[in-house]
Ligand binder design. Structure first.
Ligand code: SF4
Ligand code: SF4
Length: 250
């Protein structure tokens, strides 16, 4: 078993705006190329989309169609990027038998030490968000690192010290910052837009937050939409995200 550090005041994470994500996958591709392109060397990712791609995807984008209960309202498409949420109290760390899976005390980033990982996959079973990816090639677990090798890299210009996914997003749907500081830009964004954490009932306390889609001028959106298959009642707060919770929980 691996211990979690005491809660850190600094909580680095992402805020993802589902209102403006267009599902282009630029974030996922930029992430893979920065973190696991080729075979951990200056090689091109020659088989990125094949049956046996080189490297793994730490970030995935799912697309859902959400239908309104009212028959005269158009359906709405929602793109949902998914990666590690850098939870505050995640079992993916505590189940690790070797200490390979750990949470940093100084900024809350959850990482995997490849030298200690024995590839038992316990952490991926403990992650309810499907955020861990096992590398068959390396025999170790991998996951989003928040680009820890970029964000503190003093050889980069200040502007470039952000995760690759944030840099690549053409619509600025992704934001990076300290969610432990209530005055940070990301915290203010979450407060202004009703930012939401996924599956709070599980108690992992994800640091990353999602901003719900705004209600559309035609009435379709976060107040009135209903999932096609589930006929979920979206009359409660943040209904679209509750539906995504439900999809993730399957
Ligand atoms: Fe662990 Fe999954 Fe939370 Fe990331 S999202 S910290 S892998 S439980
Ligand atoms: Fe959405 Fe931005 Fe990722 Fe494209 S790059 S899928 S817009 S979050």
């Amino acid at each position: 078993m691996t211990m979690l550090p005491p809660p850190s005041p600094k909580k680095l994470g992402l805020v993802i705006d589902l209102d403006i994500c267009v599902g282009c996958h630029a974030c996922a591709v930029a992430c893979k190329e920065w973190n696991d392109g080729g075979q951990f060397g200056p090689l091109p990712d020659e088989n990125a989309y094949g049956a046996e791609p080189l490297g793994v995807w730490f970030n995935r984008v799912h697309t859902y169609e959400v239908e309104s209960k009212a028959t005269d309202k158009p359906a709405m498409t929602v793109h949902f990027p998914r990666s590690c949420l850098h939870c505050e109290t995640p079992d993916c760390v505590t189940v690790c038998p070797t200490g390979a899976s750990y949470k940093r005390a100084e900024d809350g980033i959850v990482l995997v030490d490849a030298d200690k990982c024995i590839g038992c996959k316990l952490c991926s079973w403990a992650c309810p968000y499907g955020a861990r990816e096992y590398s068959e090639q390396r025999g170790v677990m991998q996951k989003c690192t928040l680009c820890v090798d970029r964000i503190y890299n003093e050889s980069f210009e200040e502007y470039d010290r952000q995760p690759a996914c944030v840099m690549a997003c053409p619509t600025r749907a992704r934001h990076f910052g300290d969610l432990g500081d209530e005055n940070s830009a990301v915290s203010q964004l979450v407060a202004a837009r009703g930012g939401y954490e996924l599956m709070p009932e599980i108690g992992y306390k994800p640091v990353n937050k999602y901003l719900p889609p705004r209600t559309r001028r035609d009435g379709c959106g976060s107040r009135s939409a209903t999932a096609v298959e589930d006929k979920v009642d979206f009359s409660t707060a943040s209904p679209l995200l509750r539906w995504i919770d439900k999809v993730l929980s399957r």
